[in-house]
Unconditional design. Structure first.
Length: 456
């Protein structure tokens, strides 16, 4: 099938290349000419395991092409996916200007019937706005005779596992009431539905809300666990034991109940805020969602609070080694990452940071540029030189079993702040570390005065 995909960000590029991988003829369009040129040459603008291979292969084999020419893309296929960004507005609502601009473009250039599929995460009611935009532009062209349908088909991929998620989705949600559109999308997704029918067909608004409900439910699990972790700490309980104790109940399950330094990324923070906004727009106060959001905001500072509890609030002259900049492993994405909140708080308190991340070094450089209080180091070991303590912010595999003897030797004093609960407190105590984790009982660190400052 011939398919056009607008937007070559995470969702568009991954979905487009996976559709090509199963044999569809896909044309991806983006307004960014340098990005399009790069993609044609096999340069992938994001780090995502497996993506480069399938982009290069399918491009070489002619099933995946890239263009800046929107008219060509509209002509290319009956099915037009909209996968452009929906950045949050200042008030937390999703900004639809790019989505609606694509809708206008499609209406501008279409000469035969089209099925327009919204793939971006968009608020409930967006399909209606897309429909209205197309009606308006077709009317202005005097082509109201042209038939089209707008379908909601939200994406559930996770960064770092995007290709695998797209190749083997848990479910494919299709929001449409038009049997013809349903049939077309069944055909598009047939290769992904072979061992069982993964399509769940529903009305457009339910499909739109499904996406938000899924992300908000997952965010709720995390904020709930973070709340329990903070409570466990004050009660002298160990959240890791509690996690296993509750996860064994099949109704709760082990997934997404890891406490930590707060959730980040491009989806959860944005989607929780957007659904709060949507709820208020219809006069409904979303109490659970607001609590999820508030807990997460506070959680991102928990590690910094522990640093202050240990050293005091004046951190001038202190240097911290920081492992992990991306919002989670297997990505270079630092959007809404807890590492940023911690680093920025450390800088404000006068400290320096020596950071390492397996993938996000360029991204950190792009965001923070050259500054005296940030040194981006080539290895995780290099961050330790003359550092007062180690702060772990992302659970990359490479951080799980470090050489603790080396850590003790290099750090000025054996202090670790762990925002991802990677190590065992009892073992760390035996090794002689002051070890601060999330929700793991009462920590009795050595006195702060035992750690000299490097300079005032
Ligand atoms: C998420 C959803 O999983 C995906 O279905 C949706 O389409 C987009 O949003 P993503 O943002 O890539 O995907 O990341 P995810 O792996 O879900 O992690 C989100 C954040 O939650 C990370 O910061 C992670 O560290 C945190 N997290 C996750 C926890 O703190 N604890 C957990 O138990 C799980």
């Amino acid at each position: 099938m011939r398919i056009a995909v607008f937007g070559t960000g995470y969702v568009g590029l991954v979905q487009g290349s996976v559709l090509a991988e199963v044999g569809h003829d896909v044309l991806c369009v983006d307004v960014d000419a340098s990005k399009v040129e790069g993609l044609k040459a096999g340069r992938i603008p994001i780090y995502e395991p497996g993506l480069e291979d399938i982009v290069r292969k399918n491009h070489a084999e002619g099933r995946l092409n890239f263009t800046t020419d929107a008219a060509e893309a509209v002509k290319h296929g009956r099915i037009q996916f909209i996968a452009v960004g929906t950045p949050p507005d200042e008030d937390g609502s999703a900004d639809l200007k790019y989505v609606l601009a694509v809708a206008a473009t499609i209406a501008e250039h279409m000469e035969e019937p089209k099925v327009v599929v919204t793939k971006s995460t968009v608020p409930v009611g967006t399909a209606d706005k897309v429909r209205a935009k197309i009606v308006e532009v077709l009317g202005a062209r005097g082509r109201s005779d042209l038939h089209f349908d707008v379908v909601s088909n939200p994406e559930f991929l996770k960064e770092g596992a995007a290709v695998a998620d797209c190749m083997r989705p848990d479910r494919i949600v299709i929001g449409t009431s038009d049997p013809e559109s349903e049939e077309l999308l069944r055909e598009v997704y047939a290769p992904f539905s072979r061992n069982r029918d993964k399509l769940i067909v529903m009305d457009v608004r339910s499909a739109e809300l499904t996406k938000y409900a899924a992300n908000c439910m997952l965010a709720t699990k995390i904020s709930f666990m973070n709340e329990m972790a903070n409570l466990a700490e004050r009660l002298g309980a160990d959240i890791e034991m509690v996690r296993q104790g509750i996860g064994s109940d099949q109704r709760i399950g082990y997934h997404f109940i890891y406490p930590g330094a707060g959730y980040g990324g491009s989806c959860f923070p944005k989607d929780v805020k957007a659904l709060i906004h949507t709820a208020r727009e219809v006069g409904f106060e979303p109490k659970v969602l607001q609590a999820v959001e508030d807990r997460n905001e506070e959680q991102k500072s928990v590690i910094f609070d522990k640093i202050v509890a240990h050293y005091g609030s004046d951190l001038r002259g202190r240097t911290f080694a920081l492992w992990g900049l991306s919002f989670k492993p297997q990505t270079d994405d630092m959007r809404e990452a807890a590492s940023r909140v911690v680093m920025e708080a450390l800088w404000k308190a006068g400290a320096k940071v020596q950071a390492f991340d397996p993938e996000a070094m360029e991204e950190a450089q792009r965001i923070y540029g050259d500054r005296d209080d940030l040194m981006l180091c080539g290895t995780k070991e290099a961050t330790l030189r003359d550092a007062d303590a180690l702060v772990v912010m992302t659970e990359w595999q490479a951080f799980r079993a470090p050489d603790f003897d080396l850590l003790k030797e290099k750090l000025k004093s054996a202090v670790i702040f762990d925002g991802r609960n990677l190590y065992e407190p009892a073992r760390m105590a035996r090794r002689g570390f002051a070890y601060y984790a999330i929700g793991r009982g009462l920590t009795e660190p050595p006195a702060a005065s035992a750690t000299p400052r490097s300079a005032a």
